[in-house]
Design a protein around this ligand. Structure first.
Ligand code: HT7
Ligand code: ZN
Length: 844
């Protein structure tokens, strides 16, 4: 495939003043008429006029009214043009009903919708489909469908047509169109300057009852962005549409956000607490893009983290404010380690701002999003809150209406704070997770921390330079009192020491509080010290981390040395769980064991080849030991944290349910499923129902409930997705692949719906012991289905190939089977650019 490089960027030769589009919608032959006003870009060169366009049937083209015959290739067209400004007109034909890639204009349950980020607009019409070309759009839609929507404000409509105008110049990737038989859940929001904004969530008839929560989340987001960032909404209308067939979570099209229905529809009966929290966060994320993404966008796709890292950082702060700050931080670190560290320590490692790609869709990654957000968090820690908001104000005033780069972003911080960010910028260019090694010394009242940083090689980057690490530390005295409150150390060298003087006794350090930098910390310590921090640390994140490292250490010794579950860990956990002053959500998180994947990476790093089956067995053994160590406490927690009364998705009751369900999962190992069965029978909400069903399935005792669950929810796609994924995810390792295979033959399985495909095969990929089962069945099955999916939906296929990204950790038998599976995919005729890039990178 062809590789695109950041260093090859050149400004566009022509800019677009405005665009008029007319859509004559028909499933197999939609006509798109375009009228585009082009003007030469003084900053570019006018050597060759080129418009992107893929899979388009050109009907006619004209320049200033005179028909032209352009040169057409599979990527687009070029043509001779006059000097100066001119008007381009074209008519093309496309077939939305045949578009299963879900990119461009496509159909989902009879409804027309679009997905243009990153390069989908070129499948709708010929256009300079790059984010640094920003224009105002005028759109006319013709169809006999009752609802026809596009970006901006409605300007006129009549029988069979509607017209829209978006006054804000935008790149083509933010264009959107929706038409269908939809119903709306309306509301209004009054902005800080007193403007009334009409809000709507559009859904299929029957889903009206699942919109209220999303609408509240939207209003909270609008208010939060005004209060915290001073950002007001800038149109009179804001529409959200729910679509069943969608490749990702949601899309921030200007004034017309389109959502995967799983990321907006919510009701107590059908959605879990986790679903509610995720929906609130995604609605906020897409709304926040209105300023960080839409008003200020990216110059080119290498700058993707400019909008994504910042917007993830903003949505995380929003969730922390709406719910619990420490719980949000801990959950984010869990996902960062599970997804981003996994990526950063394998063949797909790349910088937060990549420097080359073949298919940009493959770079919507945990590194760009989550590590991108961590980098902004570090910047905020280093400059302080006040300077951070001063820099953001400058960013919004200086760059409003522009397509920007990371250089622009950092310059704003340099100008606002006087800091030199040259070294900090390495966070954007160096891939890999830094290892931070710490040792300590104590000398007569002076305590010194010695740090050494090192980042392992990653593809294309054999050696790394030291990065700026903000290290938040506190010190605890021997009696548990804090003798030094949280202090930020700024490490810039490969090796650096920091001393604290005038201490009465040797302190215990609490290092990397709040996970102040996305690094892997290496420090010699022992269980006594971990237990001390678990009991006394004032930083909730590090308190949780102390518990996790106790658990991890215990598990690693069970796996590597065949030790029994560590009683010291079990005692410490019990003490923590008994502490009723602690947030139940925090206690629920403390009960979760390090993931199978996390353990595998640590073993591999320590020179041991991980055995996925053994890791699974030892985690099971540990959970059994947890249950046996504290049965009475678990029974008390289960009963005491039951939530009675009508269901509310708020953080408080959700935290209680999280703790009681975590207790239930352990108790089920002791009571044969009695409590879970009762909870299942009495549940009036999905959180309780699904938790009970999971408990039963995990002890192989839920066959009847599984059947009745299906009968109860047959009509609800999103709930049936849960039914698919639960069975695969909870199957015993030796049965996981067979379960996925059996479900793929179920009448409700379809490859055309990404949610259903992921519910089945994503669940297999995320069960390490099942996926990596020694039989190799997991590998062969997934590879088979990816080969079938690729011709329909390359984007989802490529994304799911990441299931194989950890392959080099495993033994030679497994490696050989994975290599064969990957080579089999690569040998497929007509393999998409998306999948071929991913598989080649994984293999190398
Ligand atoms: N900016 C969006 C990223 C995106 C996407 C969304 C749905 C389907 C395909 C997509 N390609 C890229 C989503 C976001 O980060 O908010
Ligand atoms: Zn985003």
């Amino acid at each position: 495939g062809q590789t695109i490089y950041l260093s090859d960027y050149t400004p566009p030769g022509w800019l677009v003043e405005d665009v008029s589009l007319t859509f004559r919608l028909a499933p197999d032959a939609t006509r798109v008429l375009s009228r585009i006003r082009f003007a030469p870009n003084p900053e570019g060169t006018q050597d060759r006029f080129f418009l992107h366009g893929e899979k388009l049937k050109l009907i006619s083209a004209a320049i200033d009214g005179t028909p032209v015959t352009p040169d057409i290739t599979p990527e687009g067209l070029s043509c001779a043009v006059p000097e100066g400004a001119f008007t381009w007109e074209a008519e093309v034909e496309i077939a939305p009903a045949q578009n299963f890639a879900l990119e461009g204009l496509y159909m989902s349950n009879g409804m027309y919708c679009t997905q243009c980020e990153a390069e989908g607009f070129r499948k709708i019409t010929y256009y300079p489909d790059r984010p640094d070309v920003m224009a105002t759009f005028h759109v006319r839609i013709e169809s006999d469908l009752p609802v026809m929507l596009s970006n901006g404000n409605p300007i006129a409509s009549g029988e069979g047509w509607a017209e829209w105008h978006d006054p804000w110049p935008k790149p083509s990737y933010l264009f959107a169109l929706v038409a269908g038989e939809l119903v709306n859940h309306p509301d209004t929001f009054t902005t800080m300057s007193g403007r009334a904004v009409e809000l709507n969530i559009w859904v299929r008839p029957g889903d009206e009852g699942k919109c209220a929560f999303g609408m509240e989340a939207l209003k909270k987001s609008m208010k939060w962005d005004e209060e915290v960032y001073g950002r007001e909404y800038d149109l009179d209308l804001f529409n959200i549409v729910a679509v069943d067939d969608f490749n990702m979570g949601a899309m921030e099209n200007k004034g017309l956000n389109i959502f995967n229905s799983s990321c907006v529809l919510a009701s107590p009966e059908t959605s879990t607490d986790a679903n509610f929290e995720r929906i609130e966060a995604i609605i906020a994320h897409e709304y926040f893009h209105n300023w960080t993404g839409d008003r200020i966008t990216c110059r080119d796709w290498f700058q993707l983290c400019l909008k994504e890292g910042l917007t993830v950082f903003r949505d995380a702060s929003f969730t922390a404010d709406m719910r619990s700050e420490p719980v949000k931080r801990i959950s984010d670190v869990i996902t960062l380690r599970a997804r981003q560290f996994r990526e950063d320590n394998g063949p797909l490692a790349h910088p937060v701002r990549p420097e080359s790609f073949q298919e940009i869709n493959n770079f919507y990654t945990a590194t760009v999003y989550e590590k991108g957000a961590e980098v902004i968090g570090m910047l905020k820690l280093l400059v302080g809150d006040e300077a951070y908001f001063k820099a953001l104000d400058l960013y919004f005033t200086r760059h409003d209406g522009q397509a920007c780069t990371i250089e622009d972003w950092l310059k704003v911080f340099e100008d606002a704070t006087g800091r030199d960010l040259t070294q900090f910028k390495r966070w954007y260019s160096q891939a890999g997770t830094p290892r931070l090694h710490v040792t300590e010394s104590w000398d007569n009242g002076t305590f010194t921390l010695h740090f050494r940083q090192e980042t392992p090689p990653t593809p294309g980057q054999p050696s790394k330079q030291p990065q700026v690490l903000p290290i938040a530390v506190g010190l605890l005295g021997p009696n548990g009192d804090e003798v030094l409150p949280t202090t930020l150390l700024e490490m810039t060298e490969a090796e650096q020491s920091f001393s604290f003087e005038g201490l009465g006794a040797r302190p215990v350090p609490s290092i990397l509080r709040g996970f102040s930098a996305p690094v892997i910390l290496h420090r010699e310590t022992d269980n006594a010290e971990r237990a001390f921090l678990l009991a006394h640390d004032t930083d909730p994140y590090n308190r949780w981390e102390a518990g996790r490292s106790l658990a991890k250490n215990a598990l690693l010794r069970m796996i590597a040395e065949g030790m029994a579950p560590d009683a010291a860990y079990l005692d410490a956990l019990k003490t923590l769980l008994e502490d009723e002053t602690l947030d139940p959500a925090f206690r629920a998180l403390a009960m979760a064991l390090p993931s199978e994947d996390d353990l595998a990476l640590t073993l591999f790093e320590g020179g041991t080849t991980p055995d996925p089956q053994r890791i699974w067995e030892k985690r099971e053994e540990m959970r059994e030991a947890m249950a046996r160590h504290m049965p009475d406490l678990l029974a008390r927690l289960y009963a005491a944290h039951q939530v009675t009364g009508p269901y509310s998705p708020e953080a408080g009751p959700a935290a209680d349910r999280a703790l009681s369900n975590a207790a239930l999962a352990l108790l089920t190992r002791l009571d044969g499923g009695e409590r879970a069965r009762a909870q299942y029978a009495g549940a009036d909400n999905m959180t309780q129902q699904l938790a009970a069903l999971s408990c039963l399935l995990s002890i192989d005792a839920g066959a009847q409930e599984l059947q009745s669950f299906y009968e109860q929810w047959q009509h609800d796609r999103l709930v049936i997705d849960k039914w698919f994924s639960l069975q695969v995810g909870l199957a015993r390792p030796e049965d996981a692949a067979a379960t996925a295979e059996r479900l793929a033959a179920h009448p409700d399985f379809t490859m055309k719906n990404p949610n259903r495909f992921r519910a089945t095969f994503g669940a297999l990929a995320m069960s390490p012991a099942g996926f990596h089962h020694a039989s190799g069945k997991g590998y062969a099955l997934l590879a088979d289905w990816l080969k079938k999916l690729d011709p329909l939906n390359p984007q989802t296929t490529a994304r799911m190939c990441t299931a194989f990204e950890t392959w080099k950790r495993y033994d030679s038998d497994r490696q050989a089977m994975i290599r064969e599976a990957l080579e089999g995919i690569l040998a497929q005729d007509g393999l998409s650019r998306d999948t071929s890039e991913m598989v080649s990178r994984i293999l190398n």
